[in-house]
Design a protein around this ligand. Structure first.
Ligand SMILES: [Zn+2]
Length: 519
């Protein structure tokens, strides 16, 4: 992702003061002192290192001061990639009279919660995401950001009011092309599986557009990426460039590319990193469970409310059979109030004034829950867990996975959040809080994982966040919100799973749970 301006000013103090110090060699142990002549009055900082690349032409500041546990990895694993690839990217993307930045910084700041983002010559990395991806996508993510440093597409518009705005799918597609097809082709990270092919669009951005660009490179024009970059940087991008260089419009190319994508085969099941559901999976990581979600989803399309043999073997149980409300009761009653009905294979709250919250008859401690929901305009519902037969409402005891129509519901707590306690990070692609929900009227897939080690919230295969139930952090958050006054909140180690039915219409299907035993 590239952003216009960074607001995390405070994070750069050390970087700025440390810049004058020409520090250790790439891959060095960091103990070597700066040359005596260097103007570096501050004490040496093990977390700041200046790398040299391109025979000294480029200086890159690597700052892990605020994430010291990443220093060793950054020096030994990331630095060599940075040093080797920045000059290469500069060479790949030339323009007459253009000089790529000779200095830029890579800062790991816990204040930043996305994956990585670039503003001008500052690359910001989220330590948490990197910690989880050190052996996987971490280095490639920095390669992607270095392409943004070289692009400098913002300059044209600053200097020329008539400059055309670069299309976002190319701004992100070009970095992902370089990353997936030139830096790490062996990872096949931008392959498009048959499952995703039907919905793939050439301008889908990130990996999908990278796949398209790679196809055009191989089929029509080896230099198309450099040429596109050149006109984008000059503020002169115009769709005619496709016709001029390939004889076809971008739409015609897109259609031809799409026609050649692998066709969906029945029950094809491959993990697909190029998910279009992920909107832009380079910066917003698609979790491995996206596959589980996709599997559940595809089951929904063919035979709703059933489990495959594999799912049964894995321990999944259906909480709703599509036929009746067996297994459910209204909170603190024996029956199910008439506002909840079974229709069309869904468990639906059709009359919120006469529904109330329903609970499973069984109690669950640690578990994984998956379900699909479909919410009405401005609707608001929720999934509570560890609900007990005390208090006047399920939320007095059970933490709530919020469900709502993000576009129109009044509640500022958005879909997928743990009510009043945890919310997803800002999505670097939009600058807004991550939102993977589909519009009202469509089915959304929820995954809630509850284990002693971590609890995870996902919507449509996109991980929102994780937390540890009743950890010091969890308790500190409880103490600061409305649940602080509810003495039984999150106090029960086991309880009902509840569905909220008093804030608008909502329907559920494919409600399945897999109990997890504590190790
Ligand atoms: Zn990007």
């Amino acid at each position: 992702m590239t952003i216009g301006r960074l607001v995390l000013v405070g994070a750069f103090g050390i970087f700025l003061t440390g810049f004058g110090a020409r520090a250790a060699q790439v891959g060095g142990d960091g103990a070597s002192a700066p040359p005596a002549a260097a103007a570096a009055p501050e004490t040496p900082n093990a977390g700041v290192e200046t790398l040299e690349a391109g025979d000294g032409k480029y200086q890159i500041t690597l700052n892990t001061t605020d994430a010291p546990d990443l220093t060793e990895w950054a020096k030994t694993k990331l630095a060599p990639v940075v040093v080797a690839w920045y000059p290469r990217i500069v060479k790949m993307l030339p323009s007459d009279g253009f000089e790529a930045p000779t200095k830029f910084s890579i800062t790991f700041s816990p204040r930043y919660h996305g994956v990585a983002a670039t503003g001008g010559t500052r690359i910001m990395c989220a330590p948490d995401w990197f910690r989880h991806n050190l052996d996987g996508e971490a280095r490639g993510a920095v390669v992607h950001e270095m392409v943004h440093v070289v692009q400098q597409y913002g300059r044209a518009r600053r200097n020329n009011p008539n400059a055309t705005r670069p299309p976002g799918w190319l701004v992100e597609g070009i970095p992902d092309y370089i990353r997936w097809y030139l830096y790490e082709p062996q990872s096949h990270g931008a392959d498009i599986s048959p499952r995703r092919a039907a919905r793939a669009k050439y301008d889908g951005s990130y990996r999908v557009s990278a796949n398209f660009l790679n196809w055009v490179v191989n089929k029509y024009d080896k230099k198309i990426v450099a040429e596109l970059n050149d006109v984008l940087r000059a503020g002169k991008y115009d769709e005619n460039i496709w016709k001029e260089r390939t004889g076809k419009t971008v739409q015609e190319l897109g259609d031809e590319w799409h026609a050649g994508l692998p066709k969906p085969a029945a029950l094809a099941a491959t993990v697909d990193p190029a998910s279009t559901v992920a909107k832009a999976s380079t910066d917003a990581k698609v979790t491995a469970s996206a596959q589980l979600a996709a599997d559940a989803q595809s089951g929904a399309d063919s035979a709703p409310n059933t489990l495959s043999d594999a799912q049964k073997q894995a321990g999944w149980k259906l909480l709703f059979d599509g036929k009746d409300t067996k297994g459910w009761h209204t909170f603190r009653r024996k029956d199910v109030r008439p506002g909840w009905v079974v229709k069309g294979g869904t468990l639906a709250c059709v009359d919120p004034h006469n529904a109330g919250d329903i609970c499973t008859d069984d109690k669950f401690g640690w578990f994984e829950l998956q379900l699909d929901y479909n919410i009405s305009h401005a609707g608001n519902s929720g999934i509570m867990y560890h609900v007990a037969d005390v208090g006047r409402a399920v939320w007095e005891t059970g933490p709530e996975f919020q469900l709502e129509d993000n576009t129109a519901a009044a509640d500022k707590i958005r879909c997928g959040w743990l009510y009043a306690l945890y919310q997803p990070p800002v999505d670097p692609k939009t600058g807004k809080i991550l939102d993977a929900t589909k519009p009202v009227g469509q089915w959304n897939h929820v995954r809630l994982l509850l284990t002693p080690e971590k609890c995870v919230h996902e919507i449509n295969g996109i991980k929102y966040f994780e937390y540890v139930l009743n950890s010091p952090d969890f308790k500190a958050r409880v103490a600061q919100c409305k649940f602080a006054s509810m003495k039984n909140f999150a106090k029960f180690p086991t309880g009902y799973i509840a569905l909220q039915g008093d804030h608008g219409q909502v329907a559920f299907r494919n409600i399945m749970v897999k109990p997890i035993e504590e190790k």
